[in-house]
Design a protein around this ligand. Structure first.
Ligand code: 4NP
Length: 157
């Protein structure tokens, strides 16, 4: 889960998908990162922490880190929270960029629309609630998709 600062949107995405995957019995390794290093080492924004907590998710122990080209070797899927983030992922990854692994998170919810999760960094608390709702719905769609694939695979064994 990748955004710009790794303090507002992608920490929510990490926390939400982790919780949903755990509940679905999916043993995924899920992390978040930012394409800039302005906030490296910092916990998520207090309003992201608050909104997550109000929804029963504790993201307080996360720490921001910068996305690296090596993430392409570690992860099967890389979700960008916005189109400008995809551009930055390309720049950072260079030759290791693998288009087959990268998608916009909201394309899981609204396929082919290339929509952004609006960045709440510049605005009031409402933006954080809005970001949570969008990310939550997209993560639900991911879990549904892979739960079906997982059960089809299990049945075919
Ligand atoms: P995020 O929001 O990408 O959702 O973590 C931002 C946080 C900080 C900055 C930009 C976006 N910044 O430039 O410091």
């Amino acid at each position: 889960m990748v955004c710009l600062g790794n303090i507002c949107r992608s920490p929510l995405a990490e926390g939400i998908l982790l919780q949903k995957a755990f509940k679905a019995g999916l043993t995924w390794s899920i992390e978040s990162a930012g394409t800039n290093s302005y906030h490296t080492g910092e916990p998520p924004h207090p309003l992201s922490q608050k909104v997550a907590r109000l929804n029963g998710i504790d993201i307080s122990r996360q720490r921001a880190r910068r996305f690296t080209a090596g993430d392409f070797d570690v992860y099967d899927k890389i979700y960008a929270l916005a189109v400008d983030v995809v551009d930055e992922i390309k720049r950072i990854a260079g030759k290791r960029f693998d288009a087959g692994k990268v998608d916009l998170l909201l394309n899981e919810l609204y396929p082919g629309t290339n929509m952004n999760v609006p960045d709440p960094w510049y605005g009031p608390e409402a933006g954080y609630h809005e970001a949570f709702k969008l990310i939550d719905k997209a993560c639900e769609a991911i879990i549904s998709k892979y739960s079906i694939l997982n059960s089809q695979y299990t049945m075919s064994q």
